[in-house]
Design a protein around this ligand. Structure first.
Ligand code: IMP
Ligand code: MG
Length: 180
């Protein structure tokens, strides 16, 4: 972890996040209205808070599974290589799947994970990201739903970490480095 001191400035409040999740869930319920039991796949670890709020607001039959991909380490830059560290427990063939991510940044992680999952022949596969940084994109990837589009800032909170800290903040904040 970097030893540089920083402060966190609130960017998106817990209340604003909750209101946006309500809106998104209205659309998601409509999209999956005919689905018997939706498979909600969270990308570990950053999506764990978002997925918890999302499935409770969805209020429909869901199965929850997780997949872990690495590309980040503890630095503030993405590498291009995406590896699967932990795969799904369940099969998704012929199932309706919603992949849940914290942030789409360069796009490498979600584009890799969605092509992997599509190769398993789900009936339908959609993606949702709480945050999107379109200006950072390196591969052509667009999530089906995005909570908030944000500028190129490094953010933490609501599940998202900086060097494994700050995941438990109830809001999204941006990291600002300060002089000692
Ligand atoms: P991508 O493969 O570059 O799209 O990277 C996506 C992943 O990078 C996210 O799932 C996050 O884990 C991480 N990431 C991207 N931006 C941030 C940030 O601002 N704060 C913390 N993690 C980030
Ligand atoms: Mg992540």
């Amino acid at each position: 972890m970097s030893e540089r001191p920083y402060v966190i400035d609130q960017m998106i409040s817990a209340k604003t996040i909750a209101a946006r999740i309500e809106e998104l869930c209205t659309e998601i319920r409509r999209e999956f209205a005919d689905t018997e039991k939706l498979v909600v796949v969270g990308l570990l670890r950053g999506s764990f808070v978002f997925i918890a709020d999302l499935v409770r607001e969805l209020d429909m039959p869901v199965e929850v599974d997780f997949i872990e991909a690495s590309s980040y380490g503890s630095a503030m830059v993405s590498s291009r290589e995406v590896r699967i560290l932990k795969d799904l427990r369940g099969a998704i063939e012929s199932r309706d799947v919603l992949v849940v991510e914290d942030i789409v940044d360069t796009g490498h992680t979600l584009s890799h994970v969605t092509s992997l999952l599509k190769s398993r022949h789900p009936a339908k596969l959609k993606t949702i990201a709480l945050l999107d940084k379109p200006s950072r994109r390196e591969v052509d990837f667009k999530a089906d739903w995005v909570g908030f589009s944000i500028p190129d800032e490094f953010v933490v909170g609501y599940g998202i970490d900086y060097a494994q800290r700050n995941r438990n903040l109830p809001y999204i904040g941006k990291v600002r480095f300060v002089e000692e």
